[in-house]
Write a new protein. Structure first.
Ligand SMILES: [Zn+2]
Length: 112
């Protein structure tokens, strides 16, 4: 389950950032996750609960912001936001999308 390593990674970033800014209390960590990042949100929330235990982040909340997918059609150049990743291009009907947004996975804010 790679959500555990993602949770671990988020914690490392949060702790590192806290250290750099000389704070010892973090109340929440906000992450941005693209819809096409391949992360199962429920699994990440579950992993977070178990990974933060016995760390300075054990009382910190995890706030997840979902970034919608945006693609450009490789056939005709149309920009669109598919509801499903396998949606056809609304302009030419091809299924040849290149994902330009929606694969993000990053810590966007740390609230002390
Ligand atoms: Zn197209």
């Amino acid at each position: 389950m790679h959500e555990f390593s993602i949770a671990q990674h988020i914690i490392e970033i949060a702790l590192q950032t806290a250290k750099e800014h000389d704070v010892d209390q973090i109340s929440s960590v906000e992450v941005e996750i693209g819809q096409a990042a391949g992360v199962v949100i429920e699994a990440l929330e579950f992993a977070w609960e178990s990974v933060v235990r016995d760390t300075p982040l054990q009382d910190a909340a995890l706030t997840i912001k979902i970034i919608p997918v945006s693609v450009v059609c490789r056939t005709c150049g149309m920009n669109y936001s598919p509801r499903e990743l396998l949606d056809l291009c609304p302009q030419c009907g091809d299924m040849n999308p290149e994902i330009i947004r929606g694969k993000e996975l990053r810590v966007s804010a740390i609230v002390t």
